[in-house]
Design a protein around this ligand. Structure first.
Ligand SMILES: [Zn+2]
Length: 298
């Protein structure tokens, strides 16, 4: 497949284009799968994200509330009795563990040995490997829901992955797709008005860069009908407010702690409806550091 489009960025020696053929922004050239196999099977959690599992455990109260929001929506949409889920890129397993606590039957698939080993210690069933046509054909079950979080930005062919995933969903099943929201309106203010470099560019780990529109369009072309778009807290608002956490990990953790505190307090009974509306409104304006998009199997 040829990829053509305007160059919209450069980082780590790689170019990034707004691809006409794909309809979303991605690295050019797109890296091969042999290189990626090595990175994600062995190196990613060890070198690139050495603190990741530790920090998920530290942030567990907050993650649990994030997962509860997603499971609440899936359960309300699916109705009673439909409670099986496949998590593609299940990481250390806490999303599925939360699902199991709520009565879901769960399966994860995860290329990182460290992360999948961690998930198994939680009692979560995980296939340690990449999700592709071959591994999908070995999965004989069909699922009521799919969760695919922080995956599509890393893979060379996100549309092919989504089509394969759609094949594992039962009729009327729902996908929950989470990816970073890049080249967002907030980031445009940061680069165009405040002189920030495009800090969100992370090739070769992040191959693809989505917006609400480009991810929705990709889902619609790949076997799904989009039914809901919401977002996660726009942590980059701290940059607008003058807290420059880019390249400053301790300030980044401080900003993250404040957003966790806010998210958890927004769960208070008197504010819970506001939280849901606020994040859906943000999504309508293209705001939010991560996008959460739900679709039903078309
Ligand atoms: Zn392309």
């Amino acid at each position: 497949m040829t990829h053509t489009g305007n160059v919209v960025g450069n980082a780590n020696g790689y170019g990034v284009i707004d691809c006409t053929e794909c309809g979303f922004i991605h690295m050019d050239p797109v890296p091969g799968s042999a290189e990626l196999d090595r990175v994600y099977a062995e190196e990613y959690y060890r070198d690139e994200k050495p603190l990741f599992i530790e920090r998920v455990m530290e942030d567990l109260d907050w993650w649990r509330s994030v997962y509860d929001d997603r499971l609440d929506f899936l359960e309300s949409r699916l109705g009673d009795g439909r409670r099986s889920i496949l998590d593609i890129g299940s990481g250390p397993g806490y999303f599925l563990k939360r699902g199991m606590e709520r009565g879901w039957s769960a399966l994860g698939i995860e290329p990182s040995r460290q992360a999948s080993a961690h998930a198994m210690t939680l009692g979560v069933e995980v296939i340690n490997g990449f999700f592709n046509k071959e591994t999908a054909s070995g999965i004989k079950r069909r699922f009521d829901a799919l969760h695919i979080s922080e995956v599509l930005e890393h893979v060379p062919e996100p549309g092919a992955l989504l089509r394969t995933a759609a094949g594992l969903l039962s009729d009327g099943g729902v996908i929950c797709c989470v990816v970073p929201n890049d080249f967002s309106p907030v980031q445009k203010v940061l680069t165009d008005r405040l002189g920030f470099a495009p800090y969100w560019l992370a090739p070769p780990h992040h191959i693809n860069y989505f917006s609400f529109e480009s991810l929705s369009a990709l889902l619609e072309r790949s076997g799904f009908r989009v039914i809901k778009r919401t977002s996660m807290f726009p942590i980059d608002l701290f940059l607008l407010m003058g807290d420059n956490y880019v390249g400053n990990d301790s300030l980044g953790r401080e900003c993250h702690a404040r957003r966790k505190r806010l998210d958890l307090l927004l769960n208070e009974p008197g504010l819970a409806g506001f939280k849901k509306d606020m994040y859906e409104l943000m999504a309508r304006h293209g705001i939010g550091r991560e996008m959460v998009i739900y679709g039903v199997k078309a």
